[in-house]
Design a protein around this ligand. Structure first.
Ligand code: FHN
Length: 454
């Protein structure tokens, strides 16, 4: 257990400069009244778990690229065009052979659904600037430039609607290595090999020419977009961030916007590849890779164990957050087996324990040595879901400081009633010798009246 517990430690956010305020701890600006915000976010707060999909030209050879002698060069990640400084004219040639014949939107959505995920968010346009949808604003897109000629964003949106999942899109705001007008700080993440003069780059021209029109296309041609997941907003100014928010609100008022629209706007905060120690006052979501890459990287089979992922989902839900777990499909349109196996394992756990995750709110306890807690308030009290990672060998579990009278205590797995007593330390539960689930066992503790926790 220690190994898993060790991995649960929180990676502190790097103290990097924070253009675009994507790491600021300041609360997000809210434009709408609280009740409008709450209504927009209601399904999302209940959902707790979603699928992130990073899929683009970089997937074709697993973030590798054929060098001059035909030898495959290691592009390290979906940033391969930047890492290898691949001229746009050469990188664009990947589109000539990008033909994901095994892509099946219903299959991908079924994998998400069976994993217990309630929403799917796909990269409509990542940093390479290539649109994975039929864009009139730029012909640098999958329909116009590839033998595939189909629109996977459209197919996934329809598959999500058929299977009852919400559908969202990711859009890279401050990185676009196809457009000549996307500067970054000192050119550190710009396309400086095709467009060397950073000073000539005017973000507003890209914003008007490509970003805004494509965001508008995504919000008008693909039905309800549940989430617009922006990324890398460093170069966007406050007025542009607000302009995007207002445009999105006007086109699809129910569309949720993440904080990477920039400048402290957005409906929820993003924690990337880490779980905050205590959650945030704003709604928030941890996005995370299943292995070590967002895009499909040939040879990365370093999949996080299902045990760690399940406990991370519980940890995030116990802090009131959502978990957006990423898959990187191959250039053929296949989600790697290692991802699917872990998602199936998570789905099995959620089939039994989903009641203790979906529609719950954060734990009322500061810290529990044996696991985590989520809760649902009821008309006459609260239902506490105790997620026990470390099953007590002596069969005695203390809920520290809890002073409420207990209405009932049962194992979620089989409904078995548990004896409880109260002590100076709090409520004490008597547990059977064997834990129902080696990863995380759920106890349903119903208490009367408003919570009283010392
Ligand atoms: O550079 C991107 C990266 O490729 C990936 O899309 C992540 C997902 O949150 N966002 C950026 C890094 O913060």
């Amino acid at each position: 257990m220690a190994a898993v517990a060790a991995v649960m430690t929180v990676a502190s956010a790097t103290a990097a400069p924070d253009p675009g305020n994507i790491h600021s701890e300041e609360p997000l600006f809210k434009i709408d009244p609280p009740q409008v915000e709450a209504r927009r976010l209601a399904w999302w707060e209940d959902a707790r778990f979603g699928m992130f999909i990073h899929w683009g030209l970089y997937s074709q050879w697993g973030c590798h690229f054929p060098g001059p002698d035909g030898k495959m060069l290691d592009g390290m990640s979906e940033h391969m065009m930047l890492r290898l400084k691949i001229p746009l004219a050469q990188y664009a040639k990947i589109a000539d052979v990008f033909d994901p014949v095994k892509f099946n939107a219903d299959e991908w959505v079924s994998i998400a659904k069976n994993a217990g995920m309630k929403y799917v968010i796909i990269t409509a346009k990542h940093h390479d600037g290539f649109a994975m949808f039929d864009s009139q604003a730029s012909d640098y897109n999958i329909v116009a430039r590839t033998p595939f000629k189909r629109d996977p964003v459209k197919e996934l949106a329809e598959a999500c609607r058929r299977q009852g999942l919400k559908f969202g899109v990711y859009y890279s705001l401050g990185r676009d290595w196809q457009d000549p007008d996307v500067p970054t700080r000192n050119g550190y993440r710009s396309n400086t090999w095709d467009y060397p003069d950073e000073k000539k780059k005017v973000f507003a021209r890209y914003f008007e020419r490509k970003a805004k029109p494509q965001i508008r296309e995504l919000l008008t041609h693909y039905g309800p977009i549940a989430v617009l997941w922006f990324d890398t907003p460093e170069e966007i100014n406050k007025e542009e961030s607000l302009e995007l928010v207002n445009m999105i609100r006007q086109l699809q008022p129910d569309c949720i916007i993440n904080q990477r629209v920039g400048n402290r706007y957005g409906d929820y905060r993003v924690a990337e590849q880490q779980v905050p120690s205590a959650g945030y006052s704003d709604p928030w979501e941890t996005c995370m890779t299943l292995n070590r890459h967002w895009g499909y990287y040939l040879g990365d089979e370093d999949w996080k164990p299902a045990e760690l992922l399940i406990r991370r989902l519980v940890d995030i839900a116990s802090k009131g957050g959502n978990f957006l777990l990423n898959v990187g499909p191959t250039g053929e349109g296949v989600i790697p087996a290692g991802s699917v196996e872990r998602l199936q394992e998570i789905g099995r756990w959620l089939k039994m324990n989903g009641e203790a995750i979906y529609g719950t709110t954060a734990s009322p306890f500061k810290k529990l040595d044996w696991g985590r807690c989520t809760q649902k308030t009821t008309a006459d009290g609260a239902t506490l879901y105790l997620h026990v990672f470390d099953w007590p060998s002596d069969g005695r579990l203390v809920v520290p400081g809890l002073k409420n009278p207990v209405e009932s205590a049962t194992l979620l797995a089989d409904g078995k009633t548990l004896q409880t007593s109260s002590s100076d330390q709090g409520v004490v539960l008597s547990l059977p010798a064997a834990a129902p689930d080696k990863i995380s066992s759920t106890i349903v503790l119903k208490v009367k009246g408003p919570l009283q926790i010392e």
